[in-house]
Ligand binder design. Structure first.
Ligand code: NI
Length: 177
């Protein structure tokens, strides 16, 4: 398994619509394994393939994992599609590995049902509630070129992008030998 580089805003690839997978083969599974390792290492609870620079409709998630206890329950979603959403909304403070150290409260449907192909290419259904519902919606947004900051005012959004750009620039100037 390989840790991949996570791209950050304002990389234009993050605005692209990812392509569906036509065949779940060993190449796709190996990419999913790399994505999972990259997500745990980051660390994060969800990652879309486009965030490692590959615009394919692939997501990995693990909302139960915490560094302290190490219990892992990974989920792999291929070509995920939201088939229903609750009227009831809930809000969580969201962050994104592609927008480091920026957070905002985002309101989304409290529960949703997602159809997808699993790691073995089998048709599956996920009934997501609470934090899992928010996470899967956040990740599916990535596949459609949408970031959580797109739900904020343009003023807030631009401020966050500027902060990330500035911090990346100052990192580049560092000499770590
Ligand atoms: Ni994200």
């Amino acid at each position: 398994m390989t840790i991949k580089k996570i791209i950050t805003v304002p990389d234009p690839l993050l605005k692209e619509i990812s392509e569906p997978i036509s065949k779940v083969d060993s190449k796709i599974r190996s990419l999913l394994d790399d994505m999972l390792e990259t997500m745990y290492e980051a660390p994060g609870i969800g990652l879309a393939a486009v965030q490692v620079g590959i615009p394919l409709r692939l997501i990995v998630m693990d909302v139960s994992w915490r560094e302290e206890d190490g219990n892992k329950e990974p989920k792999f979603l291929i070509n995920p599609k939201i088939v229903s959403k609750s009227q009831k909304m809930s809000s969580y403070e969201e962050g994104c590995l592609s927008i480091p150290e920026q957070y905002a409260e985002i309101e989304r449907p409290e529960s949703c049902i997602v159809e997808y192909l699993d790691y073995d290419g089998k048709q599956s259904t996920l009934k997501a509630e609470g934090i899992l519902s928010t996470c899967v919606q956040h990740e599916i947004d990535h596949l459609n070129g949408i970031l959580f900051i797109d739900y904020l005012s343009s003023l807030k959004r631009n401020m966050m992008i500027k902060k990330v750009t500035k911090s990346n620039k100052s990192k580049k100037d560092r000499v770590i030998a």
